[in-house]
Design a protein around this ligand. Structure first.
Ligand code: NIG
Ligand code: FE
Length: 415
C-alpha cells in the first residue's frame, strides 16, 4: 500500500544526521521538520519533505492522511520486555504495599519463581495468545519494535517453549521482534543448593540447542545481588558468544553488582536497569559500544531509586529507555508513561527522552540502521498524535492517550 501523510504540523526525529546513537549533549537535540509530508511505499518510508517545497501528487497514493495540527513520531522501540508470561502477580503487588520488598518476595519463592511455575504449567498456545494480545496493546500505544526475553521457564523445556513462542510472534506481526535468551534470570528452587548444576545445564544443554536452532538473537543474565554473580555472568556470556549470541544484560538494579563492568567487558549491546550506577560504572561505559538502558517504570512500580540518568548524560553517555513490561516489576508496556517518568523522576529533557526511546533504543536492540527515525529507507513504523501544541506535551500529559493513528510496516494498525 502507498500512503501519503500531508500537512503534518511537526515531524519529530526527522532525517537525523546520526541515526546510530546519540550521546551526551547531542541527546538534547531533536531534529524536526515543521509543516511536512511523509510518503510510504510498502513497508518503507520513501519520501520526507516540507509542504512548501511541494509534495508528490496525491493521486499516486492508495491512502492520503491529513495530519493538520498533528505530530508524527517514529514508533517507539521497546528494547527490553518480558511479555511472554502466564498469569499475573497482583498478590505480590499487595504484599509490597504491606511492606515486603521485591527481594524478600523472591527469597520466599515468589517473584520470578512464581511466574516460572505458572509458565511451566501453561501451553505454548496459551502463552502465544496472551503475548500476542500484549503486543497488540503495545502497538496501539505507539510501539513498533519489541525485544522479548525468555526467563520464566528456568528449565530446558520451559525456556525453549518461551523462545518458540517468540519465534511465532515474529511471524504473526508486522512489529519488529528480537528474541533474548534469559535462562539465567533466577536459580530455580530445585537447584537452590546446587546452583552450579543449573549453570552447567544452561551452558551445556540450553545454549547449544538455542544456538543451533537459532532461537535467540541475544543472551541476558540477571547479574545482581541474590541472583547471578559476576563470575557466573562472565561464564554464561562467554558460552553464549560461541553461538553468536551477543549480551544484553540486567545489571545493577539492586546493588553495585559489577554487572555493568562484566557486560562492557563482554561487549554487551546494552546493560539495563542501572539504578546503582556510580563513577566507576560510568567510566566503564564511556568509550564502550554498550548502550546504558534505563527502565524507570520498574523503579516506579517497585519503589526503587531511579537510575542517575542526568549524571550519565552529563558525563557524555548515551541513554536508552524501555518499558521492562513483565508481570512482576513493570506490568505495563506504555512507553509514553516511561517518557513521563524519565522527565519527571530522572530529569531528562523531553528531547533526551524521545532520543532515548527511538534512536538509542533501536541501537539497544540492534536495529538502528532502519528503525527509530523518520528518514527515507527506514521501516514505515510511526504514529500520528492528536492535535497537540508541542512535542513536550506528550510526556507532560502523562496517562493520556494522545496517539491517533499508528502505522507499522506500512500498515495502518490504529486509526
Ligand atoms: O527486569 N530484574 C529482573 N527481571 C525482571 C523482573 C522479573 C519479574 O519480577 O518477573 C525485571 O525487572
Ligand atoms: Fe527486565
Amino acid at each position: 500500500m502507498k500512503i501519503l501523510i500531508k500537512n503534518i504540523k511537526t515531524i519529530v526525529q526527522a532525517n537525523p544526521a546520526n541515526n546510530v546513537k546519540v550521546s551526551g549533549k547531542e541527546m538534547a537535540n531533536l531534529p524536526c521538520i515543521n509543516d511536512g509530508w511523509i510518503s510510504i511505499n510498502g513497508d518503507k518510508i520513501n519520501g520526507v519533505g516540507e509542504m512548501k517545497e511541494g509534495m508528490p501528487a496525491e493521486s499516486h497514493y492508495d491512502h492520503v492522511i491529513n495530519a493538520e495540527g498533528k505530530f508524527v513520531f517514529p514508533a517507539w522501540c521497546d528494547s527490553h520486555t518480558h511479555i511472554v508470561y502466564a498469569g499475573s502477580r497482583e498478590g505480590e503487588f499487595v504484599d509490597r504495599i504491606k511492606g515486603l520488598t521485591y527481594e524478600e518476595i523472591a527469597k520466599k519463592g515468589g517473584g520470578i519463581l512464581n511466574s516460572a511455575e505458572k509458565l511451566n504449567n501453561a501451553s505454548e498456545d496459551e502463552l502465544f495468545e496472551s503475548a500476542r494480545a500484549r503486543l497488540h496493546e503495545m502497538a496501539m500505544n505507539g510501539t513498533g519494535a519489541v525485544e522479548i526475553k525468555s526467563g520464566y521457564g528456568l528449565s530446558f523445556d520451559g525456556e525453549i517453549k518461551m523462545l518458540k513462542v517468540i519465534q511465532r510472534l515474529k511471524h504473526h506481526t508486522d512489529m519488529t521482534i528480537k528474541a533474548t535468551f534469559l535462562g539465567a534470570h533466577s536459580i530455580p528452587l530445585k537447584y537452590k543448593h546446587n546452583r552450579q548444576e543449573y549453570i552447567d545445564l544452561l551452558i551445556n544443554e540450553m545454549l547449544p540447542f538455542i544456538g543451533y536452532e537459532k532461537l535467540a538473537d541475544y543472551c541476558d543474565v540477571f547479574c545482581d545481588r541474590g541472583f547471578f554473580t559476576v563470575g557466573e555472568t562472565d561464564a554464561i556470556l562467554k558460552a553464549a558468544a560461541k553461538f553468536g549470541l551477543i549480551p544484553k544484560i540486567h545489571a545493577n538494579e539492586l546493588d553495585y553488582s559489577g554487572g555493568i563492568q562484566v557486560g562492557v567487558k563482554n561487549n554487551a549491546l546494552s546493560v539495563d536497569h542501572l539504578e546503582f550506577t556510580g563513577d566507576e560504572e560510568i567510566k566503564a561505559l564511556l568509550n564502550s559500544h554498550t548502550m546504558p538502558t534505563l527502565l524507570p517504570s520498574t523503579a516506579f512500580f517497585l519503589g526503587l531509586k531511579y537510575a542517575p540518568a542526568r549524571n550519565m548524560i552529563d558525563a557524555g553517555l548515551p541513554v536508552a529507555l524501555a518499558s521492562d513490561y513483565n508481570p512482576g516489576s513493570s506490568p505495563s508496556g506504555k512507553m509514553a508513561f516511561v517518557l513521563s517518568l524519565a522527565c519527571v523522576k530522572m530529569k531528562m529533557l523531553p528531547e533526551e527522552a524521545i532520543n532515548a526511546a527511538t534512536i538509542n533504543s533501536a541501537y539497544a536492540m540492534g536495529i538502528c540502521e532502519n528503525h527509530g527515525a523518520i528518514k527515507v529507507g527506514m521501516r514505515a513504523n510511526l504514529f500520528i498524535t492528536q492535535a497537540i501544541p508541542h512535542y513536550n506535551y506528550l510526556p507532560y500529559s502523562f496517562g493520556s492517550d494522545l496517539i491517533n493513528k499508528v502505522i507499522i510496516g506500512g500498515k495502518i494498525y490504529k486509526g
